[in-house]
Design a protein around this ligand. Structure first.
Ligand code: PLP
Ligand code: COI
Length: 368
């Protein structure tokens, strides 16, 4: 077990994880073969973490165990009513071999906000951080060291109570799994094409758009298929007033010719940690940053008039990816190409991989 002190902010003592080693863990040769070309979300490490929660017992039975199938009662509420949330965060290997993650307190807090919206229990942030460290303690060798590679960590929580009545579950499970990752898009950092979803929305006012919950992603799958049918990589959603929201799994950022950076902000959009960090780096460079509504008309007219000089998407999995084309049912708008997105990407990844000074104190060491 990793030794962690009582948390100074919450007074919580660390959990005592039981650790069961995977006797069928991948050999070094097999693991290295996977790490040489990991793709995204295809292979998983040898272990997983889980913590149970019940109304009576609170958070209990923290475990590290061999990665494998979860046994669930067919009546488990998550299978029927979708009471589920998740997070996405990466572990990066630095040149000296150490393993760090990026702003995990923010993911821990966002998991709590998602939990509140989905009527799930809030995992204390110190337990969240400890879960990441416990997994790295056994699976640290799975953090790849190649360019732009990382270990993608996927924390998630779901209603496991076997009960078909519609109410918040009394029994819940928190899990953490991990998957070595290379580029999210097959083409690497090439500009992506975006399909405008006109018939389907991702979220509504007062809905679950700001929560990281499976249902939002389920709702995005049909429009995402429409995007593929129209030869686009991703789909962008509008709100009921035709303001731009976000892509299926990334936030959108617009760069104006006077250097102003604008990103859609509303309670139906996921508050991206990558976006927040990039905007901070842009502010550090003297850019003025605005979070506000951006209508589809503002986007299209801004590009046509030259007021908008760059558009990019960002998120943990995809990092920063320029948007090259916006395609709708009856138009194709080529997007202007600039250099800021890739400069900010470089600056961000230099911090994440320990190649540049971490001025904002964003890194969190996982293997010590
Ligand atoms: N929006 C959606 C719908 C996402 O799934 C993600 C990815 O997590 C983001 C935005 C970007 O969030 P973050 O930068 O915290 O990964
Ligand atoms: C992430 O970037 O972490 C996400 O959850 C997005 C998902 C589409 C992979």
């Amino acid at each position: 077990m990793t030794t962690i002190d009582t948390d100074p902010d919450t007074g919580l003592d660390p959990l005592e994880f039981s650790v069961t080693r995977n006797l069928a863990a991948k050999s070094t040769t097999d693991r290295d073969a996977i790490l040489a070309n990991p793709g995204f979300g295809q292979s998983f490490t040898d272990h997983m973490v889980d913590i149970c929660w019940s109304v009576r017992g609170g958070w209990h039975r923290p475990r590290v165990s061999p990665y494998g199938p979860i046994s669930l009662d067919p009546a488990a509420a998550v299978l029927h009513y979708g009471q589920e949330i998740f997070e996405g965060i990466k572990a990066y290997r630095h040149a000296d071999g150490s393993v760090h993650t990026f702003r995990p307190d923010q993911n821990g807090r966002r998991l709590q906000r998602s939990a509140r919206r989905l009527a799930l229990p809030e995992l204390p942030v110190p337990y969240f951080l400890q879960s990441l460290r416990e997994l790295i303690a056994v699976d640290g060798a799975w953090v790849p060291s190649g360019d732009d590679q990382s270990l993608y960590l996927r924390p998630f929580m779901f209603a496991k109570e076997a009960f078909l009545g519609v109410r918040p579950a009394h029994k819940v499970a928190y899990y953490l799994i991990a998957s070595p990752a290379g580029a999210y898009f097959k083409g690497g950092v090439q500009p992506v094409s975006i399909w405008l979803s006109e018939d389907y929305s991702r979220a509504g006012k007062g809905g679950t758009g700001a929560a990281k919950t499976g249902g939002n992603y389920a709702a995005s799958l049909l429009p995402q298929s429409e995007a593929y049918e129209n030869e686009c990589d991703q789909v962008v959603f509008l709100d009921q007033d035709r303001n731009v929201e976000e892509l299926g799994g990334m936030n959108v950022v617009f760069v104006y010719k006077d250097g102003t950076i604008v990103t859609p902000q509303s309670d139906s959009i996921l508050e991206g940690i990558t976006r927040d960090s990039l905007l901070q780096l842009a502010r550090d460079r003297g850019h003025h940053v605005e979070g506000r509504n951006v209508s589809l008309d503002e986007w299209r007219q801004g590009v046509a008039s030259g007021d908008i000089v760059e558009v990019f998407a960002c998120g943990t999995a995809a990092v920063v990816t320029p948007i090259g084309v916006l395609k709708g049912r009856d138009f194709i708008d080529e997007q202007p190409s600039g250099t800021l997105a890739l400069e900010l990407r470089e600056e961000l990844t230099n911090i994440q991989y320990g190649r540049a000074e971490d001025k904002h104190g964003w890194l969190y060491r996982l293997d010590a």
